[in-house]
Ligand binder design. Structure first.
Ligand code: ADP
Length: 507
């Protein structure tokens, strides 16, 4: 790069000689001026790379003053040319930060060295200033607090974040020991964190004694020989994270507490439920016992009433008047219905009494027996019964035959056609067997699908269809005893299918 040089020299001959020397050395002489004022004016308009300035100038200001005025406006290296070297002048020249001196007269070689050195020094200083500025801007704009110290641990610099956290300006603490400026009080923070089972934080004593949880690192500044010149302390306010951790821990503790108390409540409720279930099954047992005793004990007097009423009917049928005949009919009819009811109630209370007697049972055989028990009705109603092959399972044969009997006799009973059709089938599922009993009868409204399994619940009057409302309650109890499920699927007028499952326990 060719340097542009401004020459300031009031002696015309010397100026010419300098200009020549410079050109010989390959420099470009921008201009040659003779006064300090002209030098200031040219320097600020031409922006030379370097100024060769004679100290003693004719005119109002000398070279040193001119250089000072130039440096106040632009950054251009100035090399003084002087024939004088008296201490006072040298002292003044020093104050204007010169980049070199050349004592007149000088050789071309001396001129080249002075120019190159001055230019190089100026460039280096410029770069240094730029990198210092860059460093300062970086330190001032980062989000962490930064403090630097010298080798003795005295504060040399604090960035604005550090000033904010510590609550002091750099000017107030510069030269103070770091340990006086950056004060730790870890104790309270440690205690709080320990109470919350958290990682402890160091705490900085901030403005007005406020404790600020921080994270910090300290790094030594070393020269190329490993000598420690000072330290850089970088720290960060982590209060938000600290508070979030506390809040999280508190929420966690609260939740844990709630879970514990809810669990305690639940286990109490469970206990109450168990007690109630115990009480319920005890009172159920009592009730069953009562029903059993009552129905058992009522059978005998009822049989008597019925037989004597029938005797009355046989003996005095035509001898008494019509009204008496009607009354006798009511008594026998009522007694028959009561007998059926008591019989069913007895059957209901007997289910499960004495336990479940599981045997490998051929259900095909059970069904054949049940169908033979229903033979009369089947014939009377002209019913068609079909069935698939039924398996042999571990069941209580008595109870299961009662179940088939109830479902089939219901299928035969709840009919409006003269040719009832009933189909029974079984299907192997993964862990159990699924059974179905389907009829082509009157059907059931889906809303009553649960209700009909409750004891005494009937959907018809005894005049429409006779019955006691106990049959399906018995079926439900039998299936529950066998750990199975029973349900119905039906639509009015479209027949009914009862489904039930029995576990495949292997016969
Ligand atoms: P019951 O047959 O003595 O009336 P159940 O307990 O056997 O008593 O049946 C309860 C009620 O369920 C019956 O009154 C009837 O309304 C209805 N029901 C049971 N089986 C059938 C069926 N196969 N078709 C239509 N309705 C039925």
């Amino acid at each position: 790069m060719q340097l542009n040089i401004l020459v300031v020299e009031d002696d015309g001959l010397i100026a010419l000689a300098i200009e020549r020397k410079l050109e010989n050395l390959g420099y470009n002489v921008l201009d040659v001026v003779h006064t300090g004022e002209a030098a200031v004016q040219k320097a600020t308009t031409l922006h030379p790379d370097l100024i060769l300035m004679d100290i003693m100038l004719a005119g109002r200001i000398d070279g040193i003053t001119a250089a000072q005025q130039i440096l106040a406006q632009v950054s251009i290296p100035v090399v003084y040319l002087t024939a004088y070297s008296d201490p006072q002048t040298v002292q003044r020249a020093k104050l204007s930060s010169p980049f070199g001196y050349l004592l007149k007269p000088f050789e071309e070689k001396d001129l080249q060295i002075a120019v190159e050195m001055a230019f190089y020094k100026h460039q280096a200083e410029k770069q240094l200033r730029q990198s210092e500025q860059l460093l300062l801007t970086t330190l001032c704009s980062i989000g962490d607090g930064v403090i630097t110290t010298d080798a003795q641990g005295l504060v040399t610099f604090m960035n604005p974040v550090a000033e904010g956290l510590i609550g002091q300006e750099t000017t107030a603490v510069k030269g103070h020991s770091l340990t006086d400026v950056f004060v730790f009080d870890s104790h309270s923070c440690l205690e709080t964190m320990a109470a919350l089972h958290q990682q402890p934080y160091d705490c900085l004593m901030g403005k007005n004694g406020r404790l600020i949880p921080i994270e910090h690192t300290t790094t030594p500044i070393q020269n190329e020989y490993g000598q420690v010149l000072g330290h850089v302390l970088i720290f960060r306010d982590v209060s938000q994270r600290y508070e979030a951790e506390i809040a999280l821990q508190q929420a966690h503790d609260e939740l844990e507490q709630r879970v514990i108390s809810r669990t305690a409540e639940l286990s109490q409720a469970n206990l109450r439920l168990e007690q109630q279930t115990d009480e319920l099954s005890r009172s159920n047992r009592d009730l069953e016992q009562f029903a059993y005793v009552v129905s058992h004990d009522l059978r005998e007097p009822l049989r008597k009433i019925k037989s004597y009423a029938e005797l009355l009917q046989q003996r005095y049928q035509t001898q008494l008047d019509e009204k008496a005949d009607k009354y006798i009919f009511y008594v026998t009819d009522g007694a028959s219905r009561l007998q059926a009811l008591i019989g069913d109630l007895l059957a209901y209370s007997r289910i499960g009494k004495g336990g479940l007697h599981l045997h490998p049972t051929d259900l095909q055989l059970i069904l054949t027996q049940v169908l033979s028990d229903c033979e009369l009705t089947i014939r009377d109603t002209n019913a068609t019964i079909t069935c698939s092959q039924l398996p042999t399972l571990m069941v209580d044969p008595k109870q299961i035959s009662q179940l088939f009997y109830n479902l089939i006799s219901n299928g035969l009973k709840f009919q409006q056609t003269i040719n009832p059709q009933i189909h029974i089938w079984a299907e192997k599922q993964e862990q159990e067997w699924l059974f179905g009993v389907r009829d082509n009868g009157i059907g059931i409204e889906p809303q009553y699908a649960e209700k009909i399994f409750v004891i005494f619940q009937r959907l018809h009057t005894k005049e429409e269809y006779p019955g006691t409302g106990i049959g399906l309650a018995i079926c439900k109890k039998v299936i529950e005893n066998h750990k199975g499920r029973i349900w119905v699927e039906s639509q009015p007028g479209q027949g009914t299918t009862f489904y039930f499952t029995l576990p495949d326990m292997g016969a």
